[in-house]
Write a protein of this length. Sequence first.
Length: 467
Amino acid sequence: MRDQKQLEIYAPYDKTLIDTIPLMTKEEVEEKLKTAYSLFSDQNKWLPAYQRIAILEKVRKIMEGKVEELTKIAAREGGKPYKDSKVEVQRAINGVKIATEEIPQLNGEQIPMGITASSVNRLAFTVREPIGVVVSISAFNHPLNLLIHQTITAFAAGCPVIIKPAGATPMSCKALMGILKEAEVPEGWVQMVVCSNDLAEKLATDKRVNYLSFIGSEKVGWYLKSKLAPGTRCALEHGGTAPVIVEADADQEDMLPLLVKGGFYHAGQVCVSVQKVFAHSSIAKKLAEDMAEQAKKLKVGDPLKEDTEVGPLIRPGEVDRVEEWVKEAVDEGAKLLCGGKRISDTCYEPTVLYAPSSKAKVSTQEIFGPVVCVYPYEEREEAIQQANSLDYHFQAAVFTKNIDVALDTVRKLNATAVMVNDQTAFRVDWMPFGGRDASGEGLGGIPYSMHEMTREKLMVFRSKMLP
């Protein structure tokens, strides 16, 4: 029987025990919150911009010397292949740089006065202030880079932040906390909590919290929002179904590797993974077969090996779920072009399904596994309607050489971002990123998060010496 006072962290590939971390008590979590609230409540304790910049420059330099260490930690605990985990670490380092450079942009503006008789003799301008205590609840699939988006952004904006990493992947967070300490982040400004879900809920919904950053399931995210204290703002990032529209004139040679990478990167465990490809009927079957041929060549296995391309799912139960969903789709008429079987308790074959039923789970829900579905269509409007029919709207894509078709498709797809001739999982850390409708609320992306973690204050100065 497992000790309920300990969090056991297992490697998703071979299920070996990585580490054991004590779960915090109610009193310990309360102490973290009191510390953060005390720092924010006393403006004399606020960190000036130049100090935050200097600290973050140290953080980046320390991280640059630990790329290999951070890569192996992330790959082992999260299961993302080594080479992709290294890209994540490099993105995280660049994310610190972006946040540092964004600090001077957290400024206000002058508000015009004297343009009505009642506003003469006045000077008005706004300043941006930290919003307050930030609580961040993170996800497993990018165990280091998400922390940068949810903690470094808050610190850069001048907010004390409490981070709860995913229970499956706390080791990257623990490593980051060590780096922050080495960079001399003052005590209490960035704190890590490892606690039960009940305590995490109490923390997130406490009235002393001004901002909640949540990345995770739709069910939990909307539930937490419903429980937030009055005035607490939030950003919620849930999943999506990432539809792709492929017209008959698309450059298939260029498109194929993009779709394969977008579909099977991190075994499909990304909120914007390619999972639903709507292709014109004249090319749909061949495109699906070509994707299957490419998928068969992907090397699945140990994420710590440098040649692995697809790693494990985060837990064996997810393998069971994906296997059930694929079986259901095949039983209901989908053609299985490749995959469809578990390799082990933790790994599942990259799978391509052709023409699943519109009612199958692979068609109606986020798969979050290494499965791509291809659907033929006759009319583009029909494909767009199907793509928009679900409640989840995050990132989408269209492949075509016709600019008018591309622009029309971008306009009609219900998504926060539409990629033209690129896969749905494209992202750089300075662009806006987030879901709409059931997929979330608010925008991520480092500059956008930092601005959401601040608020404006207006000052109006009256003097007879002013015009």
